[in-house]
Write a protein that binds this ligand. Structure first.
Ligand SMILES: Cc1cc2nc3c(=O)[nH]c(=O)nc-3n(C[C@H](O)[C@H](O)[C@H](O)COP(=O)(O)OP(=O)(O)OC[C@H]3O[C@@H](n4cnc5c(N)ncnc54)[C@H](O)[C@@H]3O)c2cc1C
Length: 359
């Protein structure tokens, strides 16, 4: 093993699930600088709770990295000089590195839908949604765009917390359409119980201040929450890392950029294909093991290629209900689900374990 004095300077970009998990493990045997603008951990998988007006307690970045030999620089990376092995920051500082860990995550993708970026709230603005619902003169309507996991969690959480508001979920395909028949039936039953109106096969073509134009007609929404999809940040492509059509950096089995092996890319930013499992989806469930793996690799604690199998898919459906969908290791569905109190508690246990696993 390398002693810290002889260790490399590793710059980790991003303090999300992937970046923090990598930094806290690599810091023991290397000089690690973590670059991210926030003071407090963002904990994106709880943003629907914030949107509903009951934000979860989140640790500070300093608390997570305490005692792990990591220096946190509060800044944004604005440019990568891959040939010169340097990162330029919005503070004007330049950081030289031996190894770069790129873990900048993803952001709301608006897909060029007119009015969406202006009139809808992405998950990043969850706190503003919570504030708007709390301070409105009278209850109105909420339209949540997206029938995937984020849209389902947003719609059910908001409907449960604000029963006087009319909540609609709008999906281009089917809401929760990838779940097993029992899993999707449970999602729809909980939504029906919460009074959530479901609009399927309705692709949004425009957003304005009163709601949505869709291929299935007009859908009103005083507040529009956009949970349709996420996209990687453009910095990797701009810097010249090899990326796929969606802009995710393509990596090898050691999670190194295929074009720049001194750059590891992890989390939502990376396109990772694991033999027998497939190409991993953007998820906390995949970002954490990637971060853990790269941290251990850089600390000299493993030399094996990255391996990963999925365990379960789980959703919260408000504070009283949940869904744990049983799956195979390649993420394909098994018929079985856990619902009700068991589903809710299992999801809560997993979410609580996430913060502990960052260090
Ligand atoms: C509401 C919601 C619920 C979700 N629920 C689940 C769930 O139940 N299970 C699941 O597996 N996944 C879930 N996800 C998806 C999950 O949140 C993401 O896949 C995960 O956050 C990816 O982790 P990451 O570390 O790659 O990136 P992120 O968590 O996005 O972290 C990115 C980091 O990069 C920093 N950063 C950004 N730009 C810069 C810059 N220029 N310079 C420096 N730092 C920068 C950010 O500040 C942040 O620290 C959910 C997402 C949302 C929005």
């Amino acid at each position: 093993m390398t002693s810290k004095a002889n260790g490399k300077h590793i710059v980790v970009l991003g303090a999300g699930y992937a970046g923090l998990t990598a930094a806290t493990r690599a810091g023991k045997h290397n000089r690690v600088t973590l670059v991210a603008p926030e003071t407090r951990f963002r904990h994106r998988i709880r943003q629907h709770e914030t949107a509903a007006g009951h934000p979860a307690r989140r640790p500070t970045v300093a608390e997570v990295v305490r005692g792990r030999g990591v220096r946190h620089v509060r800044a944004r990376a604005t440019e990568l000089d891959l040939a010169g092995r340097k990162v330029l920051l919005d503070t004007g500082e330049t950081l030289a590195y031996d190894t770069l860990v790129y873990a900048l995550g993803s952001r709301t993708a608006w897909h060029g839908v007119p009015g969406a970026a202006e009139h809808a709230y992405g998950a990043e603005r969850a706190a503003e949604v919570g504030e708007r619902l709390r301070t409105a003169d009278r209850p109105g309507t909420v339209a949540v765009v997206g029938g995937g996991a984020t849209g389902i969690e947003m719609a059910t959480e908001i409907a449960e917390a604000h029963p006087a508001w009319k909540v609609r979920i709008v999906a281009a395909g089917r809401v929760g359409g990838w779940f097993s028949a029992r899993g999707r039936a449970h999602v729809l039953a909980v939504m029906a119980g919460l009074g959530v109106e479901v609009h399927e096969q309705a692709t949004v073509t425009a957003v304005d201040q009163d709601g949505l134009d869709t291929t299935a007609g007009r859908i009103p929404g005083d507040v529009v929450v956009w949970a349709a999809s996420m996209e990687p940040l453009p910095l990797a492509a701009e810097a010249g890392l090899t990326v796929n059509a969606a802009g995710r950096a393509v990596v090898d089995r050691y999670l190194r950029s295929v074009s720049h092996p001194d750059v590891h890319v992890i989390g939502d930013a990376a396109e990772v294909t694991v033999p027998g499992t497939g190409t991993l989806r953007m998820a906390c469930a995949t970002a954490l093991p990637m971060g853990r793996y790269v941290g251990r690799l850089l600390a000299g604690r493993t030399g094996k290629p990255f391996a990963f199998r999925y365990a379960v898919q789980c959703l919260s459906l408000g504070r009283r209900e949940g869904l744990v969908q049983l799956i195979h290791g390649d993420d394909s569905m098994r018929p079985g689900v856990l619902t009700g109190r068991t589903g809710r508690l299992t999801k809560a246990l997993i979410v609580n374990a996430v913060v502990r696993s960052l260090r």
